[in-house]
Design a binder for this molecule. Structure first.
Ligand SMILES: Cc1cc2nc3c(=O)[nH]c(=O)nc-3n(C[C@H](O)[C@H](O)[C@H](O)COP(=O)(O)OP(=O)(O)OC[C@H]3O[C@@H](n4cnc5c(N)ncnc54)[C@H](O)[C@@H]3O)c2cc1C
Length: 509
């Protein structure tokens, strides 16, 4: 029996929601994964009379496709979709059976209207929390449009294929055999990447806003909700709604919720924002801010939005270490997300750059998967909490190098080593290894503001206790500001402060 009792109980409930018959075409051999895959499809078929199973020859073995009777949908799972992909399996079964997806009708129509042949392949790991969004989006597109197919490939079950394609980060997506993208992508982002994104002309003619929020993370969502609840015209422009929370796995300090996961929290944020008729302009990047009679915000696509007040909540991004090789080998051995990409380095030697909490957490996590972890810390001591350091030093396959400066990440077509300078002796050393995880903190997304606003030397927007910047009518909140700590709950609080500050400004002016 492949499925444990808990999973079986969950599945039994979901399978009751099947609205029609589903045919699983199974391509299996005599290897262990094939045996498990056959066990899985047999268990599924035993649990619902709507699920039929048929042997087939598919492009990859072991794999199975999920079809309507008499009509292939193009949805294939190569490997076993359990772990984080369990939901992808359940959704594929339900949607193929005819159950409507929980997606805006506008997006469904957009997918159905795509013309041409699009064959997607996504390489994933079952422990990757960024992968299911991509898998589920591509599956849905295949189910809705006969010109689109998608195969999810579990890298652990298809190691040779992953190595031959030099895939070192998940999810990595190929379209018609060519690299399409990697990392978490939402359905809207995939559509935009395919040239089916929002129309720039639609944005150019918008009426001015009372409050225009730039950034759709927790700070931006909170600011927009507070503004809209005052009954004033509110818009949000976001490059990627959800912000860093989309990349966060477990959240245990969002007060009142003992445990949640990033994408789940983002889904509630989105639902809450939509409740108030806020004009959400997702997948739009701001590039210029100017104060004239109204405040003008120019987007990358050329559209200019106008507003009486603006709240900047553009958050932060991973800090790059900025050494030769980092950009060149990104996703070719240089990685930023240990939870996602760790399994691709199983049995290999990797480095973690950074000895703060995130670096040491990453090293502990990776030590359970890889052969050896070398931690490189610039300062003479690690900055991580004592409890994390204690755990780290108890591990047999970790080396900690302190007071060292990373000089270069080396490689040919992928990473083969790291060079560092011992800051005591100034000697240069080189270690042969296959992966480098960069964990040296975050940098605020404020470069695009140039000199329009007063920033700290770290690029953080300086705000007062009302969230106001030095430019009248421009407010800021969250990780892009000089607030003392960077946390979800703090960002939300400062979003509310900035919004109330903006409302107060509107009343007085
Ligand atoms: C891996 C990880 C784990 C974390 N875990 C936790 C945790 O467990 N608990 C906790 O409290 N905090 C956690 N944090 C911190 C928390 O996620 C942040 O403090 C919080 O997301 C900051 O919210 P924000 O709205 O200020 O910015 P962000 O979440 O960074 O959102 C910024 C928004 O601005 C948009 N944007 C950026 N530039 C532009 C532009 N030019 N134009 C338009 N839009 C733009 C982005 O697309 C995004 O929508 C974690 C962070 C990371 C990276």
């Amino acid at each position: 029996m492949l499925l444990d009792a808990d999973i079986k109980a969950q599945l039994a409930q979901y399978l009751q929601l099947l609205e029609g018959d589903v045919l699983l075409k199974v391509s299996a051999g005599s290897d262990d994964v094939s045996r498990d895959l056959l066990a899985l499809v047999d268990e599924l078929a035993a649990m619902s009379s709507n699920i039929k199973v048929e042997k087939a020859e598919l492009q990859r073995t072991p794999s199975f496709s999920v079809n309507r009777l008499g009509e292939d949908t193009g949805v294939t799972f190569a490997g076993i979709p359990l772990g984080h992909e369990f939901t992808s399996l359940v959704l594929a079964l339900l949607q193929v059976s005819g159950r409507a997806p929980k997606v805006d009708q506008k997006v469904i129509d957009q997918i159905k209207s795509i013309k041409g042949e699009y064959h997607f392949e996504s390489y994933i790991s079952l422990s990757c929390h960024n992968c299911p969004d991509v898998v589920q989006s591509l599956n849905l597109m295949s189910i809705l449009n006969p010109g689109i197919t998608h195969t999810m490939i579990d890298g652990a079950a298809f190691k040779e294929e992953v190595e031959s394609k030099d895939i070192m980060a998940v999810p990595t997506v190929f379209l018609n055999g060519e690299s399409f993208g990697s990392g978490r992508m939402t359905l809207e982002e995939i559509l935009a990447k395919m040239g089916n994104g929002p129309d720039a002309a639609e944005l150019a003619d918008k009426d001015p806003y009372d409050v225009l929020v730039v950034g759709g993370g927790p700070a931006g969502a909170s600011a927009a909700i507070y503004a809209a609840r005052k009954g004033i015209r509110t818009g949000i422009v976001a490059e990627r709604f959800g912000g860093q929370v989309m990349d966060t796995m477990g959240i245990e300090n969002f007060i009142s919720t003992k445990y949640t996961e990033g994408p789940k929290l983002v889904a509630s944020l989105e639902e809450h924002v939509k409740e108030y008729g806020i004009d959400v302009m997702n997948l739009q990047r701001a590039k210029r801010l100017e104060k004239n009679e109204l405040i003008e915000l120019e987007l990358e696509n050329g559209a200019v939005l106008k507003s009486k007040t603006v709240i900047l909540s553009t958050g932060a991004r991973w800090r790059n270490v900025g050494v030769p090789g980092e950009a060149e080998f990104k996703n070719k051995g240089v990685a930023y997300c240990p939870h996602c990409d760790g399994p691709l380095f199983e049995g290999k030697h990797v480095a973690v750059i950074g000895g703060g909490n995130s670096g040491i957490e990453a090293a502990i996590d990776l030590a359970g998967i890889v052969k050896h972890v070398t931690v490189l810390e610039f300062m003479p001591e690690l900055k991580a909490d004592a409890v994390l350091q204690e755990r780290l030093y108890s591990l047999p396959n970790v080396t900690v190098l302190k007071n060292v400066q990373t000089k270069e990440i080396t490689g040919t077509d992928k990473v083969n080593g790291i060079s560092y300078i011992n800051r005591d002796t100034e000697e240069v050393h080189h270690i042969e290894l296959e992966g480098v995880f960069v964990q040296i903190g975050l940098v605020p997304n404020t470069d695009w503001l140039g000199e329009t606003l007063e920033l700290t030397r770290f690029g953080e927007i300086i705000v007062d206790k009302h969230g106001a910047t030095n430019v009248p009518g421009v407010f800021a909140a969250g990780d892009c500001t000089d607030s003392a700590y960077k946390q979800i709950i703090i960002s939300m609080g400062s979003g509310a402060t900035a919004s109330l500050g903006a409302f107060d400004y509107l009343i007085r002016n």
